[in-house]
Design a protein around this ligand. Structure first.
Ligand code: ATR
Length: 282
């Protein structure tokens, strides 16, 4: 990396941020295409987000930011213009700075759509979505847009009722109700991130015909169960890469070098060999 006076700055803002892999693959992409830019992490607490963005608006060579937990909803209120998709989702993960205005976009839903399309078509699919938190909204939007039919379960049922209404999904009281009829299961909750988290439902009920996606990067007990059953499965890595690739496209106007981005995460557990169809047998 060769930082000069002319170098453009991009970054990711969140709290916490130290585990973010975005700097790794975004810098790999800039380097690969010889773009004079650098991508850095910004650790900003929720209370400081709005002021920080206000100040950063004055930094002329700052061209774009990804925003992540817990700022995605606030990102809308600091922006001068918000894309239709980000408005409908109610959150943005990509900001563009042009020296005068801030433009907000959401690429999480595209990342999810691209990642899933490596495994299966979404149109007309019956899908079980687990979770009605922040991460769920982009997934529900993507599924609605693709014409899937969605059952939404959340530990706190009221939240499922609310989101189901916004994204034309059917709220359900327990995942077991629909396991027999859905083809795709998507976990958007944080359950499985920590050792000892209880299972979201009885994983014995997963069968080989289910396609199972967990938007958490690591292999959660849900993904382990899907592997054991011989299901097609996917962790959150492909969605991470594809949402970042779309941010890169918005910022630079260049075709994102997706394979280079993936390869840069090889040492961080990216499933390089099986990034298309994640079957246990591959
Ligand atoms: P994020 O922005 O990552 O989605 P969030 O908005 O805090 O984070 O949402 C976390 C989601 O994970 C919620 O759907 C939450 O369920 P509740 O609404 O009932 O809190 C879900 N979640 C977290 N831990 C869980 C657990 N152990 N079992 C089931 N759901 C869990």
């Amino acid at each position: 990396m060769n930082i000069k006076g002319s170098t453009h700055i991009y970054g990711v803002m969140g709290y916490p941020i130290e585990h973010s892999l975005s700097p790794v693959f975004q810098n790999a992409a800039f380097n690969h295409l010889g773009i004079d830019a650098v991508y850095i992490p910004f650790e900003v607490q929720p209370e400081g987000f709005i002021d920080t963005i206000k100040y950063l608006k004055n930094v002329g060579n700052l061209k774009g930011l990804n925003v992540t937990i817990p700022h995605k909803e606030f990102a809308l209120s600091v922006s001068d213009e918000v894309s239709d998709e980000a408005k409908e989702i109610g959150a943005a993960n990509t900001l563009v700075f042009d020296g005068e205005k801030i433009y907000a976009h959401n690429t999480d839903w595209i990342g999810f759509t691209r990642a899933v399309s490596l495994l299966t078509d979404l149109g007309g699919k019956k899908v079980l979505v687990l979770g009605a938190g922040g991460a769920s909204k982009a997934v529900l939007y993507a599924l609605k847009r693709a014409g899937a039919s969605v059952f939404l379960w959340n530990r706190t049922h009221d939240k499922a009722l609310k989101l189901a209404k916004s994204f034309s999904a059917y709220p359900i009281s327990s995942p077991e109700e629909v396991l027999g009829e859905v083809e795709l299961i998507v976990n958007t909750t944080s359950a499985g991130l920590k050792e000892g988290d209880p299972p979201l439902f009885s994983y014995e009920l997963i069968s080989e015909r289910h396609v199972v996606i967990d938007i958490i990067y690591k292999e959660t007990p849900l993904i382990e169960a899907a592997k054991k059953k011989g299901c097609m499965y996917q962790t959150g890595f492909p969605m991470l890469i594809h949402q970042g690739a779309e941010s890169f496209r918005i910022w630079t106007g260049c075709e994102p070098p997706v394979r280079v981005m993936e390869m840069s995460l090889k040492d961080y557990g990216y499933p390089i060999e099986s990034s298309k169809t994640h079957r246990q047998t591959l």
